[in-house]
Design a protein around this ligand. Structure first.
Ligand SMILES: Nc1ncnc2c1ncn2[C@@H]1O[C@H](COP(=O)(O)OP(=O)(O)OP(=O)(O)O)[C@@H](O)[C@H]1O
Length: 350
């Protein structure tokens, strides 16, 4: 549905300062019907990237195609037309205070010249979809933040877009309302098959509703892929800093002190074994103990859910010689579980 190829964006220098390279060599491909999350620290380039999709920002170089249309070469009139199929919701809702809920949602349809009766037939089901049918004649000032954003969502859906862009649509909302709105987006994706690209700081919600995620830093995409892969096996330190608070891959602080990067006198290797739901760990752990006569001291265990699929982590200290530990690692790999050596546990009284 959306392909960005070799996108660069440089903002010209202001007041003698250096130009800002907001986007550098970005390649992204977003499939039809996908919910695609963009995460990154402030200033990483997330908004700039999102706004290149509907050419609110035109890239300095590179190609943007949406549903097969190359956006960068369109005339102003063609671009206006193409934007009808790309809805957008914003942090501050951007509602008209003098219009009711119904009339805010109807606005893009009025501008497109749709007849009043047809507008009614389009808007009413959208108000149902976002749960605001009973607020149709209210004004924005009479609504909560979450309700205002629901109006924003209904308005964005009014022109039956193929793509919905969401730029920090929940950052003005409290955590509970944020979760509700992001779940509403997930629901809309499932019901309408709409492709959604969203920026959010709610990593826990990305874990639930996004299929894929891109992590940005300094204008670059440093890691991207299926949410399960990125959350289960984050490679870049920045990605880890986002994922760690919502996926407990870690080690209790009390044991962390015993972990050294290199083996020492009397140390034992500490392994992190990761597994997905359908693979039972217990037989593997007991098989290692039995077959290899190797004791495993469990330091930490946790099961999380990513995209509805269980993801488990087990951190164990292997109490045995190197050959046995190598054999244990091989056995874990044979069982298609993930395994890595986190370090070496020094004796408790080191
Ligand atoms: N119109 C502009 N003119 C000049 N520089 C800009 C402009 N818009 C953005 N930038 C710069 O481009 C970089 C990326 O900004 P962008 O808003 O895309 O980041 P972001 O990741 O969305 O940040 P945040 O999470 O704070 O919204 C920043 O260094 C920003 O200062």
């Amino acid at each position: 549905m959306i392909t960005l190829t070799n996108i660069n964006k440089t903002y010209a220098a202001r007041g003698g300062g250096a130009p800002v390279h907001a986007l550098a060599d970005i390649d992204l491909s977003i499939a039809r019907g996908e919910v695609f999350g963009i995460i990154g620290r402030s200033g990483a380039g997330k908004s700039t990237l999102l706004r290149t999709v509907n050419l609110l920002e035109s890239p300095t170089s590179g190609s943007v195609t949406v549903d097969g249309v190359e956006m960068t070469t369109l005339s102003a009139a063609e671009l206006r037309q193409a934007r009808h199929s790309i809805g957008m919701i914003f942090q501050h809702f951007n509602l008209l205070s003098s219009r009711t809920v119904f009339d805010n949602v109807a606005l893009p349809l009025e501008l497109a010249g749709m007849a009043r009766a047809e507008i009614g037939r389009t808007v009413e089901p959208l108000l149902d979809l976002v749960g605001l049918a009973d607020k149709r004649n209210r004004y924005p000032a009479e609504l909560s933040g979450g309700q205002k954003q629901r109006v924003g969502i209904a308005r964005a859906l009014a022109s039956k877009p193929k793509v919905l862009l969401s730029d920090e649509a929940t950052s003005a909302l409290d955590p509970e309302t944020t979760t509700q709105i992001l779940h509403l987006l997930g629901d809309i994706n499932r019901r309408l098959g709409l492709t959604i690209v969203l920026i959010t700081h709610e990593i826990a919600v990305i874990k639930e509703i996004c299929h894929k995620v891109a992590v940005m830093e300094n204008g670059r995409v440093i890691e991207q892929g299926p949410v399960f892969d990125i959350f289960a096996h984050p490679k870049h330190p920045t990605t880890r800093s986002f994922v760690d608070p919502v996926i407990n891959r870690g080690i209790p602080d009390s044991l962390r002190d015993r972990l050294a990067p290199q083996p020492g006198l009397g140390s034992n290797p500490v392994l992190r074994i990761t597994f997905t739901g359908e693979k039972a760990t217990t037989p593997v752990i007991s098989a290692i103990s039995r077959q290899l006569n190797l004791d495993l001291n469990i330091w930490h265990g946790q099961i999380d859910e990513i995209q509805g699929a269980p993801f488990g982590t087990l951190v164990v200290e292997a109490l045995g010689d190197t050959a046995k530990v190598d054999a244990a690692i091989a056995l874990v790999k044979e069982n298609n579980l993930g395994v890595e050596v986190l370090g070496h546990a020094l004796p408790a009284n080191h």
